[in-house]
Ligand binder design. Sequence first.
Ligand code: PXG
Length: 441
Amino acid sequence: MNAPATLPDLSHLWMPFTANKQFKAQPRLLAGASGMYYTSIDGRRILDGTAGLWCVNAGHCREEIVQAVSRQIGNLDYAPGFQLGHPDAFDAATAVAGVMPQGMDRIFFTNSGSESVDTALKIALAYHRARGEGQRVRLIGRERGYHGVGFGGISVGGIVANRKAFSGALLPAVDHLPHTHNLEKNAFSRGQPAWGAHLADELERLIALHDASTIAAVIVEPMAGSAGVLIPPKGYLERLREITARHGILLIFDEVITGYGRLGAATASEFFGITPDIITMAKGVSNAAVPAGAVAVRREIHDAIVGATASGIEFFHGYTYSGHPLAAAAILATLDIYRREDLFARARGLSAKFEAAAHTLQGAPHVVDVRNLGLVAGIELAPREGAPGARATEVFQKCFDRGVLVRFTGDIIAVSPPLIINEDQIGQIFETIGQALKEVQ
Ligand code: PXG
């Protein structure tokens, strides 16, 4: 029902993270977007319950961003970022620094979350080396973590499907903390679950195993998004911060999803009141209008690396498109919208209504958990016997047919709308999921 008569040739595009054969047998194509809505190519309006892929935080096709990027492309289409610069890249870095936690005001630009993660891991290694602790090479991630798809990111990541085909080529010195998901203890928690802070103490065990002097950094998503909305237990991130600081290990928060208002503050770091050493970001930094990412680092980390050599390039890393003029223009316009419309506070203000609406699904068919924080909700379904993931796939499809876009991973449905959403639209998303659940076997 979604495919009009004139479809493009679908055969050449190898689609990312997509069941290509199924998609091409039953394609879902989008033709336009505005505010809270997509338009499908058959002209249906679809309420965006996921901000694209957790990235269009200010809503679609915002006029100020369209104008800024249009002006830029006619004025400075591209400027080399190595040994040359352009003012907007510096202004964009200043603007990003302005919303980061105090002291985390040195900004390295990338084009995606995956690049931000690999950049952050390299900064961690370079930092220890610059300080004469080059033996600190081990990286610690977490089970069910998602840190993009670079070799660094999948090495510290903890999603088996993303790792197993490449397992012979993962980074060698990596270990993982246990994930914090536990339905027996925490099902239907509202906000941060009560149980699980002690799982951070597993880091002490890894330190005892490897010795702190070999460990460069711990990387975690403050709230894990892709693996199915795993909310950190109360006290958990505080303990990670305390243990890493005590052992001279850098703490990296991967804020590709949580950055730019998702939890109701500029960063999860601000939301939780915990300052890591490095923050990775992408997605919401440019409202996804132009691919962009960045890494924010504590000034001392930057200074240690940049100050370690008397002359020459200090950090042998960067991308052709680091600080690209279009990305810089999009970032500046996006951060301006967030500030003028106070969108992070808006998200915070809506989060109680969002929580209440999400939890109306407790008791709906198949639902074994509802969890939420800020403007994120995860709805976990019992898997159908012999067909894991099938229920959530069908719910996704039924919601799409009813004009609401949600995400799913395994049997978990994720909701993460643009921060401009209103209360009626919040209601519509969860009512539609509820209807879909009634129709799924
Ligand atoms: N870190 C985190 C925490 C992410 O969520 C990345 C890194 C990688 O970003 P790039 O820009 O390289 O894709 C991500 C990306 C989903 C979904 O539905 C999540 C992401 C991407 C696509 C889909 O959960 N997160």
